[in-house]
Design a protein around this ligand. Structure first.
Ligand SMILES: Nc1ncnc2c1ncn2[C@@H]1O[C@H](COP(=O)(O)OP(=O)(O)OP(=O)(O)O)[C@@H](O)[C@H]1O
Length: 725
């Protein structure tokens, strides 16, 4: 049991009915304690900022069972027992004790004590790699069909080309293969979409629907498949005889078969689903394939799709002749170079690099071999302001909530995406934030809330959701001007969600590339945007890891984020009475944070079901924590987690004793990855692969690993080209 849980102490021994309420907003509008000097002094002394604290590990553990204490106490975090056993030495009078006893029984948690020291973030002079988004060249300068140009300018309302489009379109129009890297939100979809449509509409013998696919576009996620389909469909407006179609799983195989049978000329698919059809559907063929495009190519490989890609390449090679191949991503990694080697024919490598640190280096458009593409680190959109905040585990939840309130309730026009590392965490936080930040009625029926009635519109997206709901949520967030989307990495790649102003990473991503893609959901196509990465003190070194990839973050202070709570009187503490709060009194901020944490804890502890739910989310967090790659294990190691503190960030008052995963129950011990799915457990080879599946496919709902693992049997067939072994 953890030391600070034992420090949750009695304020009053008299229970009140309100103490057993779930969210109990009424409870928090009432003063928790009197205004007497003694209390305020004690609070002042004891509710210290985290950086004044001693690392929890160095504190002697208390022998008192926290569970016992919690059931009897009101738990404002005041050192010293206020019960009759150990009354405060000074200013303690009968009247005061009487006053204390008559106060409501309120559970709060000890947030500002025993936290590890927040390390200073030293940022060296990181020369961030940036690209110029737009060029002054217009699409009409290209040799395109006039109807295609008018579609681009009138329907899509675009006039000048982006740098990547200016570089890529002519290369592809010449019939060359290409490996394209340019920053997130720089217009890569049109960079391949325009030459693709131009070439297909101009074919000598006019394309018939019944001809089947002429082009295959592979993407890693279903949402990206839908989005790419939408773009291609727009480009095809004047060329109605060319039919696009999407295969992405989640739909009945039978209805996909029917659509294939009718004829699809530009086929957009996730690799896993396509392999399903290759193996089971007689009506799919690649006799006329002329284009193979792999968007987010590195992700396709990260996800363990390589076996599927092998199957697809073999099927294409077996049936079609010469075709054009294109690989694209904002981050091209080692694996992509290998994929490029086997799938591209004499490719042109395109990367747009501009060092903008001192603005002395002129724009460079690099065309050459893939090897030098990552030399300069990852390119980040110029107008994207990246922040990091270091927050002790116990304060993570309130800090996240205060940040959301500050941006989405008290500032206008913010649209935010918050990334978590597992589906369970997304579900848990979604419900918790709805209940506590939005309160009762709205939380019961969030879908009935008109957008305008609240700035706090929560949505969630992850791979454990039914496809229908996934699509509906994606569309809703796409169209809304505000809102907070809680999601897994299923939303990290390629999604073009306009007007997103903030990206919050509540759990750090497993690689700098993933970091770049997550933050790339904002500041797209030259717009402004912001990101916030939330780290614990033991994870602070991650900032250096980012810096080594030329990613530059500036520090935000937790105190500043928490001070947003001063704008919300729902969390006003007792001793401030009806007095208007002026400025940001650190003590009052701390108390408000404590009140908010209490609301979270009260909700979580309002029933056995919610407690179990929180434990499940915590367990899933711990499981995902074990899946960081070797290169980051020194920063993200389960051993550095303080289970009691982490539990607080899930609204749990105590460290759970009965987490089923071995690593959760005893974080100090060596841990084993335990996928929940027996098919994964049986067939997955190697820790790395399992880690990938747990983090991304299984946990984030990416459409690859599971079905792929199931299909593994057929992959060893003779004739199948071995690709990335
Ligand atoms: N030439 C252009 N002028 C104006 N807007 C453009 C232009 N080209 C693309 N866009 C818009 O820019 C946005 C981002 O484009 P797109 O999604 O293709 O970026 P991306 O480079 O593929 O990003 P990611 O790497 O995140 O997948 C889209 O909304 C698209 O419509």
């Amino acid at each position: 049991m953890e030391a600070d849980e034992g420090l949750i102490l009695n304020v009053s021994s008299l229970p009140s009915p309100e103490s057993h309420h779930s969210a109990g907003h009424k409870t928090f509008r009432k003063p928790l304690l009197g205004k007497d000097k003694w209390q305020s002094k004690t609070l002042k002394r004891k509710l210290q900022w985290a950086d004044e604290g001693t690392p929890a590990k160095q504190k002697p553990k208390l022998s008192v069972s926290p569970i016992k204490k919690c059931t009897k106490e009101a738990n404002i975090c005041v050192k010293g027992n206020l019960s009759s056993k150990s009354p405060p030495k000074k200013h303690s009078t009968d009247r005061q004790n009487e006053s204390l006893r008559s106060r409501p029984f309120i559970k709060t948690s000890c947030l500002f004590k025993n936290n590890p020291k927040i390390p200073e973030i030293h940022r060296g002079g990181v020369k961030q790699v940036q690209e110029k988004v737009f060029t002054s060249d217009s699409f009409s300068q290209l040799d395109l069909h006039p109807h295609l140009i008018s579609t681009i300018t009138i329907v899509l309302k675009m006039s000048s080309m982006t740098s990547v489009q200016k570089q890529t379109i002519p290369v592809l129009l010449k019939g060359k293969d290409a490996l394209v890297r340019s920053q997130t939100g720089s217009g890569k979809t049109l960079a391949y979409g325009i030459p693709l449509v131009q070439s297909l509409q101009g074919m000598k013998s006019k394309i018939q629907r019944s001809d089947g696919p002429y082009a295959l576009i592979l993407v890693p996620t279903r949402e990206l498949a839908l989005q790419s389909f939408d773009t291609v469909q727009k480009l095809l407006k004047p060329f109605t005889w060319i039919v696009p179609g999407v295969l992405m799983g989640g739909e009945k195989r039978k209805s996909e078969k029917a659509r294939l049978r009718k004829g699809i000329n530009i086929l957009i698919s996730t690799p896993g689903r396509l392999v399903d059809h290759i193996k089971s559907t007689k009506c799919i063929h690649f006799r006329r394939i002329q284009w193979l495009i792999m968007d987010e190519a590195d992700r396709i490989l990260d996800m363990g799709f390589e076996k599927d890609v092998t199957v697809i390449l073999n099927a294409l090679n077996a049936e079609s002749g010469r075709r054009q191949n294109v690989l694209l991503s904002a981050t091209l990694t080692e694996g992509v170079t290998r994929l490029a080697d086997i799938s591209l024919h004499d490719p042109v490598s395109i990367a747009i690099v501009e060092e903008t640190w001192d603005r002395t280096t002129p724009e460079q458009e690099v065309i050459g071999s893939p090897a030098h593409m990552e030399e300069g680190g990852f390119a980040i959109p110029e107008k994207l302001k990246q922040h990091v905040v270091v927050v002790p585990s116990k304060l993570r939840l309130v800090t996240l909530a205060a940040f959301i309130l500050g941006k989405c309730k008290f500032e206008k026009h913010h649209k935010m995406i918050v990334f978590f590392s597992s589906c369970e965490q997304v579900e848990f936080h979604y419900k918790l934030l709805l209940k506590v930040l939005l309160g009762g009625q709205e939380a019961e029926e969030p879908e009935c809330l008109p957008l305008s009635s609240s700035h706090l519109k929560f949505l969630r997206l992850h791979g454990n959701m039914e496809q229908e709901e996934r699509t509906a949520v994606f569309q809703e967030f796409l169209q809304s001007k505000t809102g907070i989307l809680l999601c897994t990495d299923v939303a990290a790649r390629g999604l073009d969600l306009p007007q997103v102003t903030w990206i919050v990473q509540y759990n750090a991503p497993a690689s700098p590339a993933e970091y770049v893609h997550r933050i790339g959901r904002t500041a797209r196509i030259g717009c402004h945007g912001n990101s916030l990465l939330i780290l614990t003190p033991s994870e602070a070194e991650y900032v250096n890891s980012l810096a080594s990839h030329k990613i530059n973050v500036s520090e935000m202070k937790m105190e500043d984020i928490l001070s947003n709570l001063m704008k919300d009187d729902r969390f006003k503490g007792h001793q401030w009475g009806t007095k208007k709060s002026r400025g940001t009194n650190p003590q009052e901020v701390r108390e408000r944070a404590t009140v908010l944490q209490t609301e979270f804890e009260n909700y979580v502890h309002s029933g056995e079901g919610t407690v179990q739910w929180a434990k499940k989310a915590l367990q899933s967090f711990l499981r995902s924590y074990t899946t960081y790659p070797k290169t980051l294990k020194h920063i993200f190691h389960i051993k550095s987690l303080h289970l009691g503190h982490v539990a607080k960030s899930f609204g749990l008052r105590d460290a759970p004793q009965n987490l089923s995963a071995s690593m959760a129950a005893s974080p100090g011990k060596k841990t084993k990855l335990q996928p929940k799915r027996p098919d994964l457990r049986r067939k997955t080879q190697g820790k790395r692969r399992l880690a990938e599946i747990l983090r991304s496919e299984y946990s984030s709902g990416m459409d690859s690993g599971v079905s792929k693992v199931k299909r593994k049997k057929g992959h060893g067939k003779p004739g199948n080209k071995k690709m990335l072994s």
